[in-house]
Design a binder for this molecule. Structure first.
Ligand code: 13P
Length: 250
């Protein structure tokens, strides 16, 4: 399976800025290696514009940064999988730590979104990760187990390994410039792999596990070659097309 080189633009970029970034990135990656694919998780307002830029471009996909677990209704401010698809998305993120911490999303609610988005035909990248206090308190495994197992609780046992991915993003490494070291990434990705195989004995070995947290052009090549690292989810460094290009080619 290809390595998934994903950009989470978070709450950045106007439509014009998003079009410009998408076009620059596409032009700079005209010869993308066969083993790489790019997914951009753009803000809602820029999705349709990015979809236009990506149309017909092999290896580039678009995703939303969040989704709700209902098809339609009185859910002010929310967005459905069908609406994301209508705007050109094939992917969506669930459970980002900013959703968990700032918007109080529970693992149960994230599980509902994950299962519903998959049922509605989106490919889901479920984000999990521990805080520094949880890691230092010896709770790494229990935290990741809770987030992962509840996050996929209602997912079909036969889910395809190309439809579900897990992004391991240690909260203490997000936007801090503090990247997890190779040993921490190796150990934690092995743990996530173990949990995935427990839950999905068939596909658990091939479901992709992405690393996220202060990935930059100068550390991406070391990270991407580690065992059980099947991609990266990049925040800050993805906002600049030139730096995202370097990461994609790392
Ligand atoms: P940074 O790359 O800015 O640390 O963000 C990581 C992240 O949260 C991606 O989802």
């Amino acid at each position: 399976m290809k390595k998934m080189m994903a950009a989470n633009w978070k709450m950045h970029k106007t439509r014009a800025e998003a079009r410009e970034s998408a076009a620059t990135l596409i032009a700079s990656l005209s010869s993308m290696p066969d083993d790489r694919e790019v997914v951009i998780f753009a803000p809602y307002t820029a999705l349709a514009d990015c979809a236009n830029e990506f149309a017909g471009k092999e290896g580039f996909s678009l995703g939303g940064q969040n989704v709700y677990s209902e098809d339609h209704g009185a859910f002010t401010g929310e967005i459905s999988p069908a609406m994301l698809r209508d705007a050109g998305c094939t992917h969506v993120l669930t459970g980002h730590s900013e959703r968990r911490a700032l918007f109080h999303e529970s693992s149960e609610a994230i599980g509902k979104k994950t299962a519903f988005a998959l049922k509605q035909g989106l490919k889901v990248t479920l984000c999990i990760g521990e805080t520094l206090e949880e890691r230092e308190g010896g709770h790494l495994e229990s935290v990741l187990r809770e987030q992962l197992i509840k996050g996929v609780a209602d997912v079909d046992d036969a889910v395809s390994d190309s439809d579900l991915a897990i992004a391991y993003e240690p909260v203490w490494a997000i936007g801090t410039g503090k990247v997890a070291g190779p040993v921490e990434i190796l150990e934690t990705h092995a743990l996530v792999r173990k949990l995935l195989v427990e839950r999905f004995p068939e596909q658990g070995r091939s479901i992709r596990i992405l690393y996220g947290g202060s990935v930059k052009p100068d550390n991406a090549s070391e990270i991407i070659t580690l065992d059980n690292v099947d991609g990266v989810l990049v925040g800050g460094a993805s906002l600049d097309a030139a730096s995202m290009r370097q990461i994609v080619l790392a």
